[in-house]
Design a protein around this ligand. Structure first.
Ligand SMILES: Cc1cc2nc3c(=O)[nH]c(=O)nc-3n(C[C@H](O)[C@H](O)[C@H](O)COP(=O)(O)OP(=O)(O)OC[C@H]3O[C@@H](n4cnc5c(N)ncnc54)[C@H](O)[C@@H]3O)c2cc1C
Length: 363
């Protein structure tokens, strides 16, 4: 009997599943990939696109092509509801699809927290595809008008530096880093490197929270008003709303709890990986590094369930390498307590990023 494997989301781990299916198809298994965008933009290269180092096409993986190579049907649509009890997914056009085995890799939403806004000038970094459209509009309408970035994490820093480079150092770029300053959980050497890089690019750092966006102004926690024609929200991850109401066990923050084999703690027919999953080991943070590493285990385990075999556990690495682009051909690397910077780090990052994207573009 033919079984139906549904891959929900074209995230890093599901890319590996598709690659595995392209290289070695599963007999008697129908595969469907559901994702709302045809092109999966690789987040590690987003800042490089903004800075003008790459065209957007070079940062994107065509999910329809990869799905075709994996003998999978591609449904370019958003899923609106997961009904675990009846093993089906409701799609945005009100159609439903049934599954025998489900692999969820839908990433995360951008944390809005208490920020109030009703402005079309606000551009959350996720979904990346929508962010790219908003940024394009900004470049058409308001070239070199002031920009504010909310969020002092690595993504916010990369984007702030890239925006200065993109404007030829003409647009005022303010990074609202939050009251704890930039990368608050990182060590002081890394903080200093990143702060110096931001200063060298001419990014203004404000250690305050953003409270609201009204028209062309951002209000900060001290009551300051900053002019901004574009407000980028890089405020970190938040659990995807799709998971609520699925009937699957979630942690207190709303992420899907999985066991060490990436299987849902509430359904033997559901696996999940990447940002949307809560792995038992707290050392697994929400980053592309772990989502990528989980891909091979996810591919193996889905195959094991469908073909008969034993599942494997994911053993997270203790330390992860992060490469942060800081503007024009400069980047900062960090691994555990160590960090490095320079043009060579930028070339290193470029090599790793391009290799990742090319891996899934060869089909
Ligand atoms: C600007 C930026 C730079 C970053 N740089 C780095 C970096 O250098 N290194 C690093 O390790 N991490 C980085 N990150 C973090 C990294 O992007 C995420 O941790 C990573 O993308 C998570 O991968 P994922 O597989 O969970 O999901 P994602 O890669 O986010 O993919 C999710 C997929 O699910 C789809 N989807 C979403 N909702 C639905 C739905 N309702 N129905 C169907 N499909 C859906 C999406 O369209 C997408 O295809 C960066 C993040 C940002 C924002």
């Amino acid at each position: 009997m033919t079984r139906h494997l549904v891959l929900l989301g074209g995230g890093h781990a599901n890319l590996h599943v598709l690659e595995s299916l392209a290289d070695s198809p599963l007999p008697d298994v129908r595969v469907t990939l559901v994702s709302p965008y045809r092109l999966q933009i690789y987040s590690g290269m987003l800042a490089g696109w903004i800075a003008g180092h790459y065209p957007l096409a070079a940062c994107a993986i065509a999910l329809d092509r990869l799905a075709a190579a994996a003998h999978a049907e591609f449904l370019c649509i958003r899923a609106c509801e997961i009904e675990t009890a009846s093993r089906c997914i409701r799609l945005a056009d009100n159609w439903t699809i049934d599954y025998d085995l489900l692999s969820i890799d839908i990433g995360s939403d951008v944390s809005i927290d208490r920020l109030q806004y009703a402005s079309d000038r606000v551009a959350p970094v996720r979904p990346l595809q929508r962010f790219a459209e908003r940024y394009r509009q900004y470049t058409v309408n308001g070239k070199n008008e002031p920009i504010a970035i909310v969020g002092g994490g690595m993504a916010g820093i990369e984007i702030a530096c890239a925006l200065r480079v993109a404007s030829g150092y003409r647009a005022d770029v303010t990074l609202l880093a939050g009251r704890d300053g930039i990368v608050p959980t990182q060590n002081s050497t890394l903080k200093t490197r990143l702060k110096n890089a931001l200063k060298a690019r001419g990014v203004m750092i404000v250690d305050e929270d953003a409270c609201g966006v009204d028209g062309m102004r951002v209000e900060t926690s001290s009551g300051q008003h900053l002019a901004a024609a574009l407000v980028v929200l890089a405020t970190g991850p938040q659990a995807p709303s799709l998971l609520r109401g699925s009937g699957l066990p979630l942690d207190e923050a709303g992420y899907l709890t999985v066991d060490a084999s990436l299987r849902s703690t509430g359904s033997t027919a559901v696996f999940a990986a990447g940002d949307c999953a809560r792995f038992p080991d707290d050392g697994v943070v929400r980053s592309g590094v772990y989502a990528v590493r989980q891909g091979a285990i996810l591919a193996h385990n889905l195959r094991a369930v469908l073909m008969g075999g034993s599942v494997q556990d994911f053993h997270p690495q203790r330390r992860a390498l992060y490469l942060i682009a800081t503007g024009s051909r400069h980047a900062v690397a960090t691994w555990g307590p160590w960090s490095w910077e320079g043009e060579w780090v930028w070339w290193w990052k470029r090599h790793i990023d391009r290799r990742f994207v090319c891996r899934f573009r060869r089909y």
